[in-house]
Design a protein around this ligand. Structure first.
Ligand SMILES: CC(C)(COP(=O)(O)OP(=O)(O)OC[C@H]1O[C@@H](n2cnc3c(N)ncnc32)[C@H](O)[C@@H]1OP(=O)(O)O)[C@@H](O)C(=O)NCCC(=O)NCCS
Length: 285
């Protein structure tokens, strides 16, 4: 039966309180691991709610950043609603909206069983896994880089070079934008840049975790890859963490990223066994 009181509309900044109530009090909430709260995305057009008699019953946020890449940042629904109903109304709306942009890849990294089932039932496919590794080698990583390469703490002025590096190194699904880096940078426990003649050609950003540190981002521009710079950034990171008595270091990478798996293996990282599926759905116009 169609409930005529249910209305899908764009989320507004005034919905903040009701969305945060869904996020924090409902049992089934999917939240993307992110540099900011899903509430910070309010105001972007690719963010919708289901409203009933003035009350927000469900929410779906999948902002395009960069354009044509839309990670699902939030899906939550009230216990007063049926999950499939909430999803089909919001996802139907999202698909129609994205179809005006040509091809849009909607993606999610998912560990929760209920959300995996929902995505699979709706045609999302998984192409790769994100696997978690932990550095178990206690030996230092030996860096061997050319003398003209400098590694130093990242500065806010480096961010445009970091964004350029990221864009050159990662495929669009995994690229971060300037605004992502502006959020990530202040949250880093250690952020370092590799420079060649004052040009940023690589970087790493690590965050603090309850039990140590997590290497959240590492990239080298393609023309400088395979010259030991990734290894040197890790060596520098391990050394600085050791000086702060931080001994646990984790990293995530894609199961099919052979370069990073080889690098992390060489630097003493081993798989923990934890992994998450990456789901994708291509919306075509
Ligand atoms: C992964 C990445 C950071 C490696 O950086 P790099 O500076 O090229 O790596 P290094 O030159 O320090 O390599 C160190 C070791 O890693 C391994 N390795 C690095 N790239 C490799 C590749 N393409 N194929 C196989 N092994 C590779 C090798 O064992 C290498 O040692 P060797 O050259 O003595 O054989 C770089 O390829 C990159 O930026 N990739 C795109 C972004 C990315 O995937 N980031 C990691 C995501 S978590």
């Amino acid at each position: 039966m169609i409930d005529v009181n249910l209305r899908v509309r764009s989320a507004r900044t005034g919905d903040r309180q009701q969305i945060s109530t869904l996020m924090f009090f409902e049992p089934f909430v999917y939240r993307h691991l992110d540099w900011c709260s899903p509430l910070e995305w309010l105001g972007v057009p690719d963010y919708w709610v289901i409203e009933k008699n003035g009350s927000v019953q469900a929410v779906l946020a999948c902002p395009q950043e960069p354009p044509q890449i839309a990670w699902i940042r939030l899906f939550a629904y009230s216990g007063l609603m049926n999950m499939n109903k909430a999803w089909s109304l919001l996802w139907g709306h999202a698909r129609e909206y994205f179809s005006q942009f040509g091809n849009v890849c909607v993606a999610a990294i998912c560990s929760q069983g209920w959300f995996r089932v929902l995505l699979e039932q709706n045609g999302f496919i998984t192409r790769q896994q994100i696997i978690l590794l932990e550095r178990r080698g206690r030996f230092p990583v030996q860096p061997h880089v050319a003398p003209e390469i400098t590694i130093r703490p990242m500065m806010v002025e480096d961010l445009p070079g970091v964004v350029h590096t990221d864009k050159a190194a990662f495929s669009p699904l995994w690229q971060h934008t300037q605004s992502s880096f502006e959020m990530a940078f202040p949250q880093a426990v250690l952020a370092t840049a590799a420079l060649h003649n004052d040009r940023v050609i690589g970087y790493q950003i690590s965050t603090q975790t309850p039990s140590g540190a997590h290497l959240a981002r590492l990239a080298i521009v393609p023309e400088f890859q395979r010259q030991g710079i990734g290894r040197a950034l890790i060596a520098d990171l391990v050394d600085k963490l050791r000086k702060r008595a931080i001994n646990r270091l984790t990293v995530n990478t894609q199961s099919d990223n052979l370069a990073s798996l080889a690098l992390y293996g060489q630097a003493g990282f081993v798989r923990t066994g934890e992994q998450y599926s990456v789901y994708e759905f291509e919306v075509h116009s």
